[in-house]
Design a protein around this ligand. Structure first.
Ligand SMILES: [Mg+2]
Length: 304
């Protein structure tokens, strides 16, 4: 029996167009030991094939599209399970359009059952069309609740949650948000992980850099939740949340030896040991400054 891993991508494997140090060795250790793993992202724009190619170019080789699960796939799975004959008006990119197409969900710009919002840069005209569809009775679904997404270490862009909020404001209708931290995302991801290694997955670990999505969703789904400090969360912010990660790591590099040997490392800090307040900032393991990934100014939580 093995530990299976659900792995966030941005801030965990790469940041901007650069791999996080140790990410290649981490994936190699998972592959070499036969540990089942699945990349889990709220970005609905790319297809699994796109993501496999992107990681290939970054130096992570040999991944299959089956090892990626996006919020676009999660949205298509949700509709396929709950309302398979529905029609949709889509604001989104190829990853979302492909996922819906693969589930035989038809587009309808006149009287759709749902308006689906994903990543993208919709025109004012497209937003107005979506608004009109909702006014005519369509439900509003969003692939994920992220209000902003990182572009570079000091630049962000509006995310799906912000576009959905625009339509919520204009129509007075509340959106339903899929993707992390929605339990349907974690439920389906866990099922996919089990399908990759039937009968072998004993426990599941979620590794992510965002408290509101990765860690919250994992805690609520009853999974182990490892927070890495190589992305959007600073150590001193962890205490602000009611839910807490099982472990806090500098990056996935901290897990390589543990995966290779199969023995839990005592050197990795448990959140119980971290405490809160200024004391939590001491200790070499939690010096995040070396990454220089912190934001130049405080940013609001990624989701509400
Ligand atoms: Mg992330």
């Amino acid at each position: 029996m093995k530990t299976g891993y659900l792995i966030d991508m941005d801030g965990v494997i790469y940041r901007e167009n650069q791999l996080i140090p140790g990410a290649v060795e981490f994936v190699q250790a998972l592959t070499a030991t036969g540990a089942p793993f699945l990349f889990l992202t709220n970005n609905s724009a790319p297809t699994p094939e796109d993501l496999a190619v992107r990681l290939e170019h970054l130096g992570v080789h040999g991944l299959s599209p089956r090892q990626f699960y996006t919020s676009a796939l999660n949205t298509a799975d949700f509709l396929n399970e709950t309302n398979p004959n529905c029609t949709v008006f889509v604001i989104g990119e190829g990853g979302l359009l492909n996922a819906l197409h693969d589930c035989n969900i038809a587009s309808d710009a006149i009287q759709p059952r749902y308006v689906i919002v994903g990543e993208g840069s919709p025109s004012a005209e497209r937003l107005a069309q979506a608004h009109e569809c909702i006014e005519r009775g369509a439900g509003l679904l969003a692939t994920n609740p992220d209000n902003w997404c990182p572009v570079t270490s000091d630049k962000t862009r509006p995310g799906t949650g912000a576009i959905a909020a625009f339509l919520e404001a204009s129509t007075g209708r509340r959106a339903y948000y899929l993707g992390k931290p929605n339990g349907f995302m974690f439920h389906r991801a866990r099922r996919k992980l089990v399908e990759l290694a039937p009968g072998q997955v004993e426990q599941v670990v979620m590794i992510g850099d965002t408290m509101e999505t990765d860690i919250r969703g994992a805690v609520e789904a009853g999974l182990m939740a490892y927070l890495v400090l190589s992305g959007s969360t600073k150590l001193e912010d962890i205490g602000d949340y009611a839910y807490q990660p099982t472990r806090v790591l500098q990056s996935v590099a901290d897990l390589v030896a543990e995966i290779q040997t199969g023995k839990a490392s005592d050197s990795l800090n448990n959140t119980v040991l971290i405490g809160r307040g200024s004391a939590s900032k001491s200790g070499q393991r939690h010096q995040t400054d070396v990454f220089a990934f912190h934001k130049p100014r405080p940013r609001p939580a990624m989701t509400k």
